[in-house]
Design a protein. Structure first.
Length: 309
């Protein structure tokens, strides 16, 4: 048996990502067609950071797969505080068929995966948000068709999980990924190098800009995210000043392709990183993105459970 986890976007090969997106579309059309958690088997959902979409979409999705969603209160469990990540992993594996964890450090998630003995899913870390990207790519496919060759522009704080995940997942899909961020908020060299490596295989590309206008010019998809990621609240004032030129306004969106779509993983702050007329306008697909979290994560869990048998 090969135990499979979904810890970062490049855990999926390009072919696996395509299969997973096909499965997500199938599950969206036929929500109760697959029952890999029949029993019901339990899935532990642990959140060390705030969440709305992730907890409800996983909870509903696990139930639709025939399973029992078990919300584990992160503060009560005290993972890494009350007991080690390794011991928590060993205990969880004796109770549940899969672990979904939102936490801070990617290294802790890696440790959980190394000791759990059941599939572990990244429900967001400081570094990556791969489940969001499966939902986002499903949404792009629904609105723009085949992914290879499409251009996506991510504007704002690119030194964060969403910027990193777009670079890895977008290039895996054969897309041209452009990020625009001010100095000091660009992706790390390690992420850019990995995206470039993937792009060489898929025909995509990964490019960094400082000017939002250059990244957005002619793009098929324009993406932004909050400037104040979880854990960065104390930097709010300085971040508002630095990111002002990267707001996704109707003027910036007008530089993209005429039929471009605007995306945001939510929660959104109107008048900050995205203008109200954009998020509430005709090019916005944010509510489809939010819905697609459920379909995407059901596909992720089904894929991991089947691959790990
Ligand atoms: N997009 C997202 O992950 O939403 P939540 O933080 O509400 O789960």
């Amino acid at each position: 048996m090969t135990l499979r986890h979904f810890l970062r976007d490049d855990d999926l090969s390009p072919a696996e990502q395509t299969r997973l997106l096909d499965l997500a579309a199938e599950l969206k059309a036929e929500p109760w067609s697959r029952r890999p958690l029949e029993g019901p088997q339990s899935v532990a959902m642990i959140f060390d950071k705030p969440t709305l979409r992730t907890q409800v979409s996983f909870g509903a999705g696990i139930a639709e797969l025939g399973g029992n969603p078990m919300l584990v209160e992160g503060r009560l469990a005290g993972i890494g505080v009350r007991e080690s990540v390794e011991d928590v992993a060993r205990v969880l594996a004796r109770q549940v068929s899969l672990v979904v964890w939102r936490t801070f450090f990617q290294a802790d998630l890696d440790t959980m995966a190394a000791h759990a003995g059941v599939p572990v899913v990244n429900a967001l870390t400081d570094d990556f948000h791969p489940c969001q990207l499966v939902a986002d790519l499903l949404t792009v496919r629904e609105h723009k068709g085949d992914l290879p060759g499409l251009t996506v522009a991510f504007v704002g704080d690119a030194a964060c999980n969403m910027g990193n995940s777009w670079l890895l997942a977008g290039t895996t899909a054969g897309m041209h990924v452009r990020v625009a961020a001010p100095p000091g908020y660009q992706p790390t060299g390690a992420v850019l190098d990995r995206a470039a490596e993937i792009a060489r295989e898929t025909g995509g590309s990964a490019t960094c800009f400082h000017e939002a206008e250059k990244a957005v010019a002619g793009a098929d998809v324009v993406v932004t995210d909050t400037w104040i990621s979880m854990g960065k609240e104390s930097e709010e004032a300085s971040r508002q000043a630095v990111f002002g030129a990267y707001a996704l306004t109707s003027e910036l969106l007008a530089l993209a392709a005429p039929d471009a779509i605007a995306m945001h993983c939510l929660p959104a702050y109107r008048g900050k990183e995205i203008a109200a007329e954009v998020i509430d306008g005709p090019q916005s697909v944010v509510w489809d993105e939010a819905e697609n979290r459920r379909h995407a994560q059901k596909a992720v869990m089904t894929f991991l459970l089947e691959a790990s048998r």
